[in-house]
Design a protein around this ligand. Structure first.
Ligand SMILES: Cc1cc2nc3c(=O)[nH]c(=O)nc-3n(C[C@H](O)[C@H](O)[C@H](O)COP(=O)(O)OP(=O)(O)OC[C@H]3O[C@@H](n4cnc5c(N)ncnc54)[C@H](O)[C@@H]3O)c2cc1C
Ligand SMILES: NC(=O)c1ccc[n+]([C@@H]2O[C@H](COP(=O)([O-])OP(=O)(O)OC[C@H]3O[C@@H](n4cnc5c(N)ncnc54)[C@H](OP(=O)(O)O)[C@@H]3O)[C@@H](O)[C@H]2O)c1
Length: 557
């Protein structure tokens, strides 16, 4: 598919390409090499087939023809509530669960922010008798950022009076705009804002050639048109690949980089993927938490969410769709709390009960029950020794495991948690929330460990280094060494070997696949080679077998 560009022209009538003069284009910085305004381009992809159309709506037809779509279509209503037709787990609807509590788990200065949520699922409807389970992961249907949606409509020139006007959407096939509905032609009532808010991925996947092709078709500035055609031609293949693997380009950014292109919304929608739900592990045992004092029959699920951030135009950053949405909700909740405290203080009244002011906002999270027979929830055992290995927010489901075990017995000598953090002062999530034996069962491994300032005792010991007891020296060295969880797994080889060879023992791993998941897997192989005297191949097979037996469970993402 790749074809070379001709050498730079020396002809007197050579027409150089003028790069669009805007920050978004400079951020994009596509490699134009010797591209000129007259460079012949080949194998330009075809315009995508547009399988949808918009039509007007007669008032009376809403109730007659679309009785399920009688919901309000004002901007405010649309932003707060996903359309019924989305159906992420048919035949059930999305449930709007109120936030019962939200707080930040990380401290200012943490490289990644993590938030905890208590979500009220008391009114979650019966769905075939399946309940929320420790280790399960709920599905969240996040909306796109409302400001980005508005900006996209601004860039496309969608008039304001049209944005929230109910209309008919026809599709000629496929699942869209449902998530996991049947593949079929559809006719439904919606608005342009609703579609852009809930049904299409406008920012978390790299742009496709089809999108560049549509933008090229409608660009009116000569230079923009040429560059866009180049990006979907054989000559521009390398530049296109760079854009996909480089700066995480979004539709919004492309519309700013090529401002003369204003395709009809239908054409843009034809190139976008479905906006998919995001999954978040329960960080509690739903049955234990619901017994908490003061909850009076409420059912809560809890989760921890780390915010994904990517660099964006103008030295700014933008957040991931799901984690960004959840962060915005957590901050609204926290602001209401803060304001209520300030108001009480200035009125000389006692501080309000935590959570009351936040709950008054009735902030809702569109969710569904999600995965309740995933490996973590399926293989969790309420008895037997467990080695839990988690880095970052990957530790969250293990809080649920420990809370479950605390219900019946103490965890000491039954549970070993290896928790990977960057710096325990900033991002050791759920510190102090794992019961009275937390210190005994948990080993925190810091990847950016800083040696704490020496104590007076240590200074004296340094002076007489040779005379210092071995344990003091080792402890000091340990604290200075930045480590990953897999380093600790190797150090704890005896425990790992004991747990995995116990009849009902389990080794659980949770966190990011890239790096951490692979690193832990190879540390476990080392343990089996060392403790079981196995060669590399047999040690690998040992863990494969343990995986099949449900004793070694790695859920990484
Ligand atoms: C079973 C399961 C359980 C999980 N549990 C948790 C949990 O408990 N807590 C938790 O925090 N997470 C958890 N996750 C991860 C979570 O589901 C989301 O994947 C995560 O929050 C990121 O989603 P997002 O919408 O915020 O980011 P997205 O917007 O989807 O972006 C994610 C990543 O995609 C890339 N990307 C973004 N934009 C572009 C672009 N334009 N071009 C190219 N690449 C791009 C970036 O690398 C970015 O960081 C879990 C996942 C699974 C499957
Ligand atoms: N059920 C599930 O599947 C599930 C549940 C929860 C979370 N998750 C996933 O878990 C991940 C957690 O991510 P996070 O953003 O909170 O944290 P993160 O960015 O993955 O970092 C957590 C810690 O891991 C360290 N780390 C980096 N590279 C490593 C490597 N090669 N080996 C071992 N450790 C390494 C980091 O150290 P440095 O940065 O200092 O190098 C940091 O201390 C996410 O990808 C999330 O999707 C999955």
């Amino acid at each position: 598919m790749n074809e070379a560009l001709p050498q730079k022209s020396t002809k007197p009538d050579f027409k150089p390409i003028v790069a669009p003069d805007n920050d978004a284009f400079r951020f994009l910085a596509p490699t134009l090499r010797s591209l000129t305004q007259d460079t012949p381009l080949t194998k330009i992809v075809d315009m995508p087939e547009i399988k949808l159309s918009f039509g007007p709506l007669r008032r009376e037809s809403i109730s007659e023809k679309f009785p399920g779509e009688r919901h309000e279509h004002s901007a405010k209503a649309v932003i707060n509530r996903p359309p019924q037709y989305m159906k992420p787990h048919p035949p059930y609807d999305v449930f709007n669960a109120p936030i019962y509590g939200a707080r930040e788990l990380t401290k200012p200065g943490a490289e990644k922010r993590t938030f905890h949520f208590d979500i009220d699922v008391t009114d979650y409807p019966e769905e075939g008798g399946v309940d929320f389970k420790v280790g399960g992961a709920v599905g969240i249907c996040p909306p796109n950022d409302p400001e980005v949606v508005d900006d996209i409509m601004d860039q496309l020139g969608v008039p304001r009076f049209v944005r929230d006007k109910p209309m008919r959407l026809h599709t000629t096939g496929g699942r869209w705009p449902t998530i996991w509905g049947d593949e079929e032609a559809r006719e439904l009532v919606t608005t342009r804002r609703e579609i852009l808010t809930w049904t299409v991925d406008i920012s978390s996947t790299a742009p496709t050639k089809a999108l560049f092709r549509v933008l090229a078709e409608y660009a009116t500035a000569e230079n923009e048109k040429k560059i866009l055609f180049y990006l979907c031609s054989a000559q521009g293949l390398a530049a296109f690949c760079d854009l996909r693997s480089g700066p995480h380009v979004t539709l919004q950014q492309l519309l700013h980089a090529f401002p003369s292109s204003k395709p009809p919304l239908e054409a843009i929608l034809a190139t976008l993927n479905q906006l998919m739900p995001r999954f978040y592990s329960l960080s509690n045992d739903p049955h234990v938490s619901s017994d908490r004092e003061g909850l009076a029959g409420r059912r809560l699920i809890e989760m921890a969410v780390t915010v994904h951030e990517t660099s964006a135009v103008g030295n700014k950053s933008r957040t991931g769709v799901g984690s960004g949405f959840l962060e915005r909700q957590a901050l609204r909740f926290a602001d209401a709390e803060k304001q209520a405290i300030e108001e009480a203080e200035s009125a000389g009244q006692p501080a309000p009960q935590p959570g009351v002011a936040g709950r008054q906002l009735n902030i809702q999270i569109p969710m569904f029950r999600g995965l309740m027979s995933n490996p973590l929830s399926r293989e969790f055992n309420s008895d037997g020794p467990m080695m839990l290995i988690g880095a970052g927010v990957g530790m969250a489901p293990f809080r649920g495991f420990i809370l479950n075990r605390l219900k019946n017995a103490n965890c000491a000598n039954k549970i070993w948690l290896v928790q990977g953090v960057r710096d325990s002062m900033l991002d050791e999530i759920y510190q102090g929330e794992l019961g009275t034996h937390e210190k005994e069962i948990k080993k925190v491994v810091q990847s950016r460990a800083q040696a704490p300032p020496p104590t007076a005792e240590e200074l004296a010991a340094t002076a007489e280094e040779e005379a210092a007891p071995l344990a003091v020296k080792e402890d000091r060295n340990q604290r200075k060494v930045a480590k990953y969880v897999q380093d600790e797994v190797r150090l704890q080889a005896d425990i790992v070997w004991f747990v995995i060879n116990a009849i009902d023992g389990r080794v659980f791993v949770c966190g990011s696949t890239k790096g951490m998941g692979e690193g832990v897997q190879s540390a476990l192989i080392d343990v089996a080679m060392d403790k079981g005297n196995l060669d590399y191949e047999t040690a690998t097979q040992f863990w494969e077998q343990k995986k099949k037996d449900g004793q070694y469970i790695a859920e990484t993402w």
